[in-house]
Design a protein around this ligand. Structure first.
Ligand SMILES: O=C1O[C@H](COP(=O)(O)O)[C@@H](O)[C@H](O)[C@H]1O
Length: 275
């Protein structure tokens, strides 16, 4: 593990030797956040994005030290039927939810068939209903989700907050509608940046060579605000962690810092794969 400075404070960056090791590390990270939240409030709230990130959730399957019955989940959504191959909810279900005992009633689900603005209002309503002990709010009134797991697109988008878009700069609202998304499908609903940043444990998960360029730009290049939405992920009082593998970290200057050996400063105690 090493740290990078960022606008909002230091970022803890973990570089794992494989996607398998990264999934195990991510599972430990989520399990620790869940245990702390359940001990404190009897509930654990988790926000998931979609795309390739959900594959990294595999390490959670079969964890007997995790009380999945206390989980409440939100999924970054594309406004498509839940049966669509584009549905992030379907992907989360296939990779994790059908394999762990999270009660279906505790997975907030997009209401199918609504215009995107109404779908966002409906989804936000589900979050608002949980306000209180399950979902406390911060001083600014935003929900403090225990753990926010974000992928990042090659253009730097997180959740469905794309570069140089009004939604990305929004300072109000919990769940926002997105129309004309630059990446298909065009209609989505997304947690807002203030909600992502109200998270207690926020992780950006980027694995594989295809993410190397955006990882390098995000961590080492100063861009204009909004040009690379992932750079706006700066938790207000929570902790920010990046989960990388050697391929996605391969363009970082830190690769050279390791005495030119191209060896990465990995986690000192790499987590063991779960059974
Ligand atoms: O469309 C989306 O893409 C991003 C990144 O996906 P990836 O497949 O390039 O890793 C994802 O994080 C986001 O939640 C999703 O809606």
């Amino acid at each position: 593990m090493f740290t990078y400075p960022s606008g909002g404070g230091d970022v803890a960056v973990h570089v794992y030797g494989s996607d398998f090791a990264a999934a195990a590390g991510l599972a430990d990270y989520v399990a620790a956040a869940a245990a702390a939240a359940v001990a404190q409030r009897g509930a654990f709230t988790l926000a998931l994005s979609g795309g390739s990130m959900v594959k990294s959730l595999a390490g959670l399957v079969g964890r007997e030290d995790v009380d999945f019955s206390k989980w409440v989940l939100y999924v970054d959504e594309r406004n498509v039927p839940l049966s669509s191959p584009d549905s992030n909810h379907a992907a989360a279900h296939a990779q994790l939810l059908r394999k762990v005992p999270v009660p279906a009633s505790q997975v907030l689900t997009l209401k199918e068939g609504l215009p995107v603005a109404q779908a966002a209002v409906h989804y936000e309503g589900q979050l608002l209903e949980l306000s209180g002990s399950v979902l406390p709010r911060n001083a600014a009134g935003f929900p403090e989700i225990d753990c926010v797991l974000l992928g990042v697109g090659p253009d730097g988008h997180v959740a469905s907050l794309f570069p140089n878009r009004r939604e990305t700069a929004a300072t109000e609202g919990w769940v926002l509608p997105v129309s004309n998304s630059p990446k298909p499908p065009p209609e989505r609903i997304t947690l807002s940046m203030p909600v992502l940043n109200a998270g207690k444990n926020v992780a950006v998960v980027a694995l594989g060579q295809g993410k190397a360029e955006v990882v390098q730009r995000a961590l080492e290049v100063q861009t204009l605000p909004g040009a690379l939405p992932v750079q706006l992920v700066q938790p207000t009082s929570g902790k920010l962690t990046w989960v990388l593998d050697e391929a996605s970290a391969s363009s970082l200057a830190v690769a050279d810092w390791a005495a030119g050996s191209k060896k990465f400063p990995r986690s000192e105690n790499p987590p063991k794969p779960s059974a």
